[in-house]
Every structure is written in C-alpha cells, then in structure tokens.
Design a protein around this ligand. Sequence first.
Ligand code: SAH
Length: 484
Amino acid sequence: MDKNEVYNIIIEDMTEDGLGIGHIDGMAVFVKDTAPGDEAEIKIVKVKKSYAYGRLEKLKKSSECRIEPACPVAAKCGGCTLQHISYEAELELKKKRVLSCLSRIGGLENPEQYLDEVCGMSSDREDVPEMDAAAYLRYRNKMQFPVGRDKEGKTVTGFYAGRTHSIIPVKDCLTGHPVNRYVTSAICEWADKNKVSVYDEKTTKGLLRHILTRVGFRTGELMVCLVINGDKLPHDTELKQQLVSAVQEYNAATVRGNDNGEKQSAPEIVLKSFVININRKATNKILGEKTVTLYGADHIIDYIGDIKFQISAQSFYQVNPLQTYKLYSRALEYAELSGQEKVWDLYCGIGTISLFLSQKAKAVYGVEIVPQAVEDAKRNAEINGITNVEFRVGSAEEVAAELPDSYKADIVVVDPPRKGCDEKLLDTIIHMAPQRMVYVSCNPATLARDIEILRSGGFEVKRFSVFDQFSRGMHVETVMLLER
Ligand code: SAH
C-alpha cells in the first residue's frame, strides 16, 4: 500500500478517537469522518508498518446509522466523536468493544453469555428539564469553557478545535446543563462592558482563563468558578448580580415537571456558590491551587441515590450522576451483601462506591492514592452519618498487601483508572481469596488483561453489564462479577 493510492473500503468499527476502521488486504485503515456501515472511496495519506490512514474522498453508500448531528459545531469541536451516528449504533459499538476485548485479550470464550445488560441513557430523566436535544445528551454536571476573543474582539467562550488551542465560539455544549448558556452569556457581556481582559496563551497576559460550572442535578445548586490569571476579579459584585439574573432568566424560560404529576420535577437552579480560582501559571492545567469564595458557599451539594456529596471547585465528582447511580447500584447488586461482610473498595476516590456499599455491609475499607480525595471521602461519610467505613491514603497494591488479618475482605471491589490494576494487587487478591470480586472498569482492554490473571488465579467470570456514562464518545464502562 502506498500514499495517494485510492481504494474502496467498508467501515466496520470506530477507534477511541472516533476514526472509522476498515480493512484493505487485511491491513487496518483509519478514516476520519466515516461511520460503521459506510462504503467509501478513500485516498491513503499515511502508511505505517501494520496500519494506515486514509482520507474520505467519496461516500459511495452512506451507513444507515448516520444521523444529522444535534450539535452545530460537532464536526469542528475536539469533544464528541460520535455525533454523526445514532445512539443505538453507539451502544452497539460499545458493546462490541467490550465483547471483543474480553475474548481477544481476556481469552474468555463466548463472552456474550455472561452479559446482563447494555445500559444506555434513558429518556425518563427528571434531572434536566429542557430535553431540547435528546435523552442521551445533557448529562454532564461539570463543564469547563475556555474564554477567548472572536475576530471582532468580543469576549467568547467555546471549545478547542481537535488537537489545537484555537477556540470555536459556542455558548453551550449539548452534553452539559442548559443553564450554562445563560451563565456564559452573562460573563461575556459583563467582560465586554467592563473591558475585562482575556488570557492569551502566547503572551501569558490577560485575566479571564476559564469558566467552570457545576450543577447539582438533584438539588439544582449551581457553582460558577472563574479561573483567572490574577488575584482579584474587578467588578465582581456586578457580575454576581448578573449571574443571579441569568439564573432567574433561565428558570423563567424553563418548563418543569409533566402533566400527570407522576415524575418529580427538575429543581429550579439556584446560584449557591460563586468562586474564583487563581491560576497564574503558563500551563495546560485548568485549575490553580487557590480558590476564593466571592459569594455563597465554597461548595454545592448533590446526591447519588440517597448519598449526599459536598462538591467544591477542585473536588473529583462523577460527571454523570444518573448513570453513576445505575452503575454503582449494579456493583452493589453483584456484591450480594447480607450485612455481615467486610468489603474492600480499592481505588475508592471520594468514596462513592464505599458509601453505597456501607448501607448493606458490616464494614467497608476504602483505599485511594490522592490525599484530597480521601479527605472528601471522610467528610462525605460524616455528612451522611455513615460510621462503618474507613478510608486510607496510599496505593491500592501496597496498602492491600500490608493490611492486617482483621481487615481480611469477604468481598473486594475495584474501580481502577484506565491503566487497570497493578499486578501486585491482583496477586494479593488471589492469595486472600475473597468469595466475590466486583470489577468496575473504565477501560475494557485493561479489564480483559486483568481478568485473565484473576481467572488463572482461581476466579471465574459470572456476569457483567456495560454502561454508557459518556454518550457521543467511545468511552465505555463495564461492571463485572467474578467468583472463586
Ligand atoms: N469510585 C471512585 C472513582 C474511582 S476513579 C469514586 O466514585 O470516587 C479511580 C481512582 O483511583 C482515582 O481516584 C485515582 O486517584 C485512584 N488511583 C489511581 N491509582 C491508584 C493506586 N495505585 N492506588 C489507589 N488509588 C489509585
């Protein structure tokens, strides 16, 4: 295969970054702007040892799963990669990705026999009133908008174009809460009126860097955080007033609840916290270390199921609370707790799973490497009056290996980052031999690698479910039950 050659190809699958995958003479070819099921004429633009990149020249037959993107900037924005295919097709791709990893990497025969459910986002949503797009959108409770200037010099918010740092102006993102549009507009107007400068990455001068918003979907509490390259925000009282008005305007324009009164209606939005975050460094990291409260509290409150969480600008918190609830409920179901068990929750973050499990377990021990997250986990236990949990700072592999016998677990839950579990940890678990293990995974490839080790150590795959937490991108979550 050579550069500039033209081929016909059928697209079979998608990569993590949203490129279509097809094959020519057994070699994988990645093509941008295609969808599974497309028949296309492509030109080869780059050839590597075992794969190549092609450019779409002509769509000969358009896939049945193609749809008009709901978002006007879908093609340019570096965020979503699946806006142009139907949600059913997206879920099918995600299922296929998990099954193929489990059989190819995990050596599991016919993995579909263990699959309980592919759980997509559903339309019975009460948390967001304005379902102006589709039920699988409007799911993110946290958004970060870079601030810039358009060609006329007006202040704008938007998103970075794929792989670059140039801003595509857009007031809102369809994966986030609809109140964001009102918030970003208010801030841009205020900045123009008061001639507040905007941060420029090249010169590292200018004040406004990012707008971060967090919304408690259940409580309606809103946090607005302005990330600035300075210590002080000028005209801050005026901005606070404008934000309050923007929220009022949003509430007035929004219809809530439904006619038959069966559903709990979505809460009104309230500005609960207005903070600045100081970031004077020339860095890609959005947040700096210091946050100052200008109005209200330094945090908002939200719930996942019955558990309450205090969320500050810097805290980690699941961005899709509704799907997280479903996913963690499944983890709890798989753990089959009777109230007598000691449970480990490894890679516990702010303790979401631990607190969930604690309702049905004798004791839960959470382990997490980030000290701040453990502080949050402890506080979350406290504000919920939960006393049968204990959290430790440290790496799961080291802490688990050193825990005394009295901490021996009946059930182990793990929720590792993308790189999966450390092998030392898997060894510890195999030696401790708990009855059951629940593996929550955000990367099916490392899940598959790890279950191969667990299977050769005496565990058996019993069931698993696939969850979509981030629609319109290829990211997929799996929760799996393994037994001795
Ligand atoms: N269930 C958690 C989120 C888990 S995300 C919640 O809902 O809050 C994975 C977590 O693993 C992150 O918080 C990350 O900081 C932590 N982590 C990464 N490597 C780790 C390690 N070696 N040991 C313990 N925790 C680790």
